[in-house]
Write a protein that binds this ligand. Structure first.
Ligand code: AMP
Length: 193
């Protein structure tokens, strides 16, 4: 099973690269952001909780996210692997994910971190706001999301560094160049052979 963790600040290209990766390796895309937006659209109880946090650019509480992932794992038992996009976003989520995978005799094979400057992130997300009209892509919320990433999410990198699984890629290159580098890293350094 190939489980890839695609990591990076909001706007670093995780969504775009995930779509390419699932096609290339035949994997299942698991984006907690997309899942939460669907819950909000359907106005489920989980969606109503999530909306409150997402609109402020805050993280949705760990227990909500972990419960959602657990349920998804149970409904997708026979996939070749997952591309995790936007999850885990805290060390507590990373630990819970490791436990869930271990329980199923699986593991995270590699973590790819996309590096993009703050200035470029802002530019990309303001552009996305024009196209998609996401409420959390407003300037002051974008800045807050970048701050939340640095404070609460970036520590997850150290968690996987300790497992020798973390690799940095320059996310400022063209979409194709980033994708080529990601694949090279997966093929060379994945812990799952
Ligand atoms: P994204 O589409 O991945 O940028 O996520 C949009 C928003 O959903 C984030 O700013 C958070 O409010 C929330 N969110 C998505 N994934 C998570 C997660 N793993 N943990 C907590 N909050 C999340």
């Amino acid at each position: 099973m190939l489980n890839i963790l695609l990591f990076g600040p909001p706007g670093s290209g995780k969504g775009t690269q995930s779509k390419k990766l699932i096609q290339h390796y035949g994997l299942k895309h698991l984006s907690t952001g997309d899942l939460l937006r669907k819950e909000i659209e359907e106005q489920t109880p989980l969606g109503r909780i999530a909306q409150h946090y997402i609109e402020k650019g805050e993280l949705v509480p760990d227990n909500v996210i972990i419960g959602m992932i657990e349920e998804l794992f149970n409904t997708h038992q026979n996939v070749k692997g997952f591309v995790f996009d936007g999850f885990p976003r805290t060390v507590a989520q990373a630990k819970a994910l490791d436990n869930m995978l271990q329980h199923r005799k699986r593991t995270i094979c590699i973590m790819i971190i996309l590096e993009v400057t703050d200035q470029e992130l802002l530019k990309r997300m303001l552009n996305r706001a024009k196209i998609e009209g996401r409420k959390d892509d407003e300037p002051h919320i974008i800045e807050h999301r970048i701050k939340v990433y640095k404070e609460q999410t970036a520590p997850v990198i150290d968690y996987y560094k300790k497992q020798d699984k973390a690799f940095f890629i320059n996310g400022m290159q063209s979409e194709e160049a980033v994708f080529t580098e990601i694949c090279e890293h997966i093929d060379k350094y994945s812990k799952c052979k």
